[in-house]
Design a protein around this ligand. Structure first.
Ligand code: GAL
Length: 832
């Protein structure tokens, strides 16, 4: 009896001692993230839910899965979820639970970066603006009011996820979380209070008992059990602070963001794949692409200041959710190669050996006999012939070959086997929209309650409810002023903390100035046409997104802080800074909600020949029908200056095609260390011309399109465009490694695969050359060696097809045109 009781007790003790472990389904060690007992090398990608429409989410997630991802990573956007204290919003694009559930449905894991500071080029780094006005608050340091607010929101999110059973410990998809974001450098700067805050944040997070690990990125002193992780273009050099933590890369930057005034950054996929292979060969266990799909900064969510509305990021899935090729496909091939190495990778550290001056091998072996090798050539100029385990390998410059069986090359980071896709934007309708217009009122000084004898900081006044704040004053000019006779008008100078400023004198636009991300401050200096008597000076100051990064970015100012001076009067200089100014928050059209169906019918719009053309501060409206089909849509705003645009009450975002990209563009090689300025396009053109219109925002007919133009653009130039595949190219070496037939070990010749979009067909072959062709997709030309039958196979196999493939072998193109020379095949096919 006693024996029985004690054995029952033993059984219970045994069971309970296992319970915490059983619920703790995600853990880690030096080499791997361990999910449900499985030691994994995980591949992840960032998709930020509010940067696309919920209707796009399932497709984005599926394409991420098809691209070989295991995990979807997202930040949580506090200011989207708690627009005013205690008032929560989790609908539409902010339906976080729906997003995480879709990730689960697709069979993927989630990494939830709660922050709640997120940076992310998002307005105010994700903080609600009201947070700034909590008495005594100081952001991201050991400050009681801040910590209370941060703990409150973090707990709210964790509780919400728990209530829905979304942590892996509950059977959900969330395997990892994140607290804070890149706090290490900030802690270093502020010292002891920073350290105390880190400790607090770590304890607070761990205390929430999610059952899954937390990470802190760029936080070399992350308190246990939190894992410190790396962000950057390369992270192979990084090691976590403790030997029992896995080596994790939370942000592998796939490109970079665009700012108004800047060119569009690109990152060649050969270099991105090289950086990832380099990280994995040095023992990396987790890599997340930031961004895998960047999307759009709809509404006023862009941070900065001056972050563009497009957050395309040159990501593997473009802003519209379409495959960016070859980026998406080449990474998919890389992931497949890495996955084939997984059993060897998780088994231990690599054995590293030198293969030459700039060449190395990293070999992973498991006890059960799996072997994977990475052969690296760090030389950015030359090919390298290396010998490894009795075989010879030719490594392109700045590349890594992956040998999933330690013998055969399954993948090389610099040899792209997948097609390149060239996207085009074609107008949906040729004759454009028919517009009506409404003139926004130029506000002028009013000696009302808002009038004060000083200049106010903009965000303190608007609380960021609008981009716009009017600063208005009067200037009285004596009839005896010299300038009234000699025509030498006085010079007005206005100093503003940013971000853009329109100067109106007696309701006439007198000039516009704006800053940049690097220097948001600005000065207006210009002759002003004043007359004898009272003159109205109205300054429309415009915020272009609140800062999201930098030491104490929350204290950065915006708006006209002065001085405001008038030079060239009889008295010399008059300081207007301390005279009375009145204020008006926002535009009249905003107050009337002109962008909404009900609001837009509350005023009289000008029609026909009366429609304002090229006038500053003008509202335009039109209606249109949804174009047929499924193509992604955008507005071509190239003819406009600066403003905002709405469709059916929803804000597409800020547009600013008048801001031309300043910087250096030109040829760029994937070889050598990358930085965000290395490969740019669009110099001298608009930083952003096209603005994404999610299809799900449209009804079949009668869609309301409203534009507010600040500068005086030409609305007749606006058009709705489709984004489609224009042409597809393959540019493949005859020695392209391939994972096809890997299982059967019948290593065939590589193939050129060409595929237009669903519903399209290959209509012609624009270029084909087997030999030594030059150039890039869209601009190929023949080299000195060219097989005369290069076109034949493509014309025969591809014309009239949606997709086709052609084997790359001399006999296919009528024989070897130049024996003993390394050849490749370049082809461009038109899709229509
Ligand atoms: C990182 C930051 C991200 C994002 C990125 C640049 O430092 O953690 O949130 O801002 O830079 O796109």
């Amino acid at each position: 009896m006693d024996l029985q009781r004690s054995s029952i007790r033993f059984l219970l003790v045994f069971l309970f001692s296992w319970l915490p472990l059983a619920t703790c389904s995600v853990s880690y060690d030096h080499r791997a993230i361990i999910v449900n007992g499985q030691r994994r090398i995980l591949i992840s990608g960032s998709i930020h839910y509010p940067r696309s429409s919920p209707e796009m989410w399932p497709d984005l997630i599926q394409k991420a899965k098809d691209g070989g991802l295991d995990v979807i990573q997202t930040y949580v956007f506090w200011n989207g979820h708690e627009p005013s204290p205690g008032m929560y919003y989790f609908e539409g694009r902010y339906d976080l639970v729906r997003f995480i559930k879709l990730v689960k449905q697709a069979g993927l894991y989630a990494h939830l970066r709660i922050g709640p500071y997120v940076c992310a080029e998002w307005n105010f780094g994700g903080f609600p603006v009201w947070l700034k006005y909590i008495p005594g608050i100081s952001f991201r340091t050991n400050n009681a009011p801040f910590k209370a607010a941060m703990a409150g929101f973090t707990k709210k999110i964790v509780d919400m996820m728990k209530a829905e059973g979304l942590f892996e410990s509950q059977g959900g998809p969330i395997i990892l979380s994140q607290i804070e974001n890149e706090y290490g450098p900030m802690e270093y700067e502020i010292g002891a209070p920073g350290r105390a805050y880190t400790e607090w944040a770590a304890n607070m997070a761990v205390g929430l008992g999610t059952g899954v690990p937390w990470v802190m990125c760029k936080q070399d002193d992350a308190p246990d059990p939190i894992i410190n992780t790396c962000n950057g273009f390369y992270c192979d050099y990084f090691s976590p602070d403790k030997p029992y933590k896995p080596k994790m890369w939370t942000e592998a930057w796939t490109g970079w963001f665009t700012e108004f005034g800047g060119p569009v950054p690109h990152r060649p996929v050969e270099d991105l794949a090289f950086s990832v292979a380099r990280f994995i060969q040095k023992g990396g266990a987790f890599i997340n692409y930031y961004m895998y799909h960047g999307g759009t900064n709809f509404g006023r969510t862009a941070g900065g200041p001056f972050i563009a509305t497009s957050y395309d990021y040159d990501a593997p899935l473009d802003e519209y959710g379409l495959l960016r090729q070859p980026k998406w496909g080449h990474l998919k091939d890389l992931h497949r190669a890495i996955k084939m190495c997984e059993p060897a990778l998780v088994s231990g550290d690599p054995i590293v050996a030198s293969l030459g001056h700039y060449q190395q091998s990293h070999v992973f072996k498991s006890k059960s006999g799996a072997c994977a090798a990475f052969l690296a050539n760090y030389d950015s100029n030359s090919f390298a012939k290396v010998a490894f385990e009795g075989m010879h390998y030719n490594l392109p410059p700045w590349s890594i070959s992956i040998l999933p069986d330690c013998k055969n090359t399954g993948f090389n980071t610099a040899r792209v086997g997948v097609q390149t896709t060239r996207m085009i934007m074609t107008p949906v309708r040729s004759n454009g929209f028919s517009w009506v217009s409404y003139n926004e009122e130029t506000a002028s000084y009013n000696d009302d309650l808002t009038a004060l004898a000083r200049l106010l900081e903009q965000i303190n006044v608007t609380r960021d409810t609008t981009d716009y704040l009017w600063y208005m004053t009067d200037v009285t000019i004596d009839p005896n002023e010299e300038f009234l006779r000699n025509g030498k008008y006085p010079v007005l100078s206005v100093l503003s903390a940013g971000h853009a400023l329109h100067v109106f004198i007696n309701s006439q636009l007198s000039g516009t100035v704006y800053g940049s991300l690097e220097n948001p401050k600005l000065t207006f200096t210009g002759n002003v046409n004043l007359r004898a008597g009272r003159n109205k000076i109205s300054l429309l100051s415009i915020a272009v997104g609140l800062p999201n990064v930098g030491p104490h970015f929350e204290t950065w100012n915006a708006g006209v802080l002065g001085p405001v001076m008038l030079n060239g009067l009889n008295e010399g200089r008059r300081d207007l800074s301390w005279q009375r100014w009145s204020y008006k928050i926002g535009l009249k059209g905003e107050a009337l909600r002109l962008h909404s169906l009900s609001g837009s019918s509350s005023v009289e719009w000008f029609e026909g020949s009366l429609v304002a053309q090229k006038q500053p501060l003008t509202w335009y409206k039109t209606t249109f029908n949804r174009p047929d089909g499924e193509d992604a849509l955008a507005l071509d705003m190239g003819s406009m200056g600066k403003g905002q645009v709405w469709i059916n009450d929803q804000s597409i975002g800020r547009y600013w095609p008048a801001y031309k990209a300043y910087g250096s563009c030109g040829d760029c090689s994937y070889r050598g260390t990358f930085n965000e300025k290395k490969c740019q396009t669009n110099c001298g053109e608009s930083s952003q011309r096209w603005y994404h219109v999610p299809r799900s925002w449209l009804k079949p007919t009668g869609n309301l399109l409203v534009v507010f133009e600040e500068l005086g653009g030409n609305p007749t130039g606006i058009s709705l465009v489709r984004r489609t595949v224009g042409s597809v190219c393959a540019d493949v070496s005859e020695w392209q490694p391939t994972l096809e037939n890997w299982q059967t070990k019948t290593y065939g010749r590589p193939k050129a695969h060409l595929s237009c979009a669903t519903g399209q067909k290959i209509s012609s072959i624009k270029f084909a050359s087997f030999g030594t062709p030059q150039g890039v997709c869209g601009n190929f030309w023949e080299g000195s060696c060219h097989a005369h039958k290069s076109y034949d196979a493509f014309e025969k196999n591809c014309i009239g097809q949606q997709w086709c493939s052609v084997t790359i072998a001399p006999e296919v193109f009528g024989g070897d045109p130049c024996p003993n020379i390394m050849k490749k095949l370049s082809v461009e096919a038109i899709c229509s």
